[in-house]
Structure formats: structure tokens, C-alpha cells
Ligand binder design. Structure first.
Ligand SMILES: [Zn+2]
Length: 44
């Protein structure tokens, strides 16, 4: 999921899986599609 966070320096969009911040929602959504952090690590 992409979250939204507001700070002093503006509004940021956050990848809730890994915590990366983006200044554009579309950038966050594109990242989310390729984000590895959503995959649960069952097996080591
Ligand atoms: Zn991510």
C-alpha cells in the first residue's frame, strides 16, 4: 500500500512495505509494483 504523510516540507507518499518516501504518488505506486519488501520471508 502507498500511504500519505504530511510534513513541514510538504506531502510525501510512502511505500508502507519498506518505508521509502516519494514526492509523487505515481512514483510511489510504480515503486510498489517492484518493491521486494512485500514478500514475506518464510524461508531463509
Ligand atoms: Zn517499497
Amino acid at each position: 500500500m502507498v500511504g500519505q504523510t504530511t510534513r513541514e516540507d510538504g506531502t510525501w507518499f510512502e511505500c508502507e512495505a519498506c518505508g521509502l518516501l516519494f514526492d509523487e504518488k505515481e512514483s510511489a505506486r510504480q515503486h510498489e509494483r517492484t518493491c521486494d519488501a512485500e514478500e514475506p520471508t518464510y524461508i531463509q
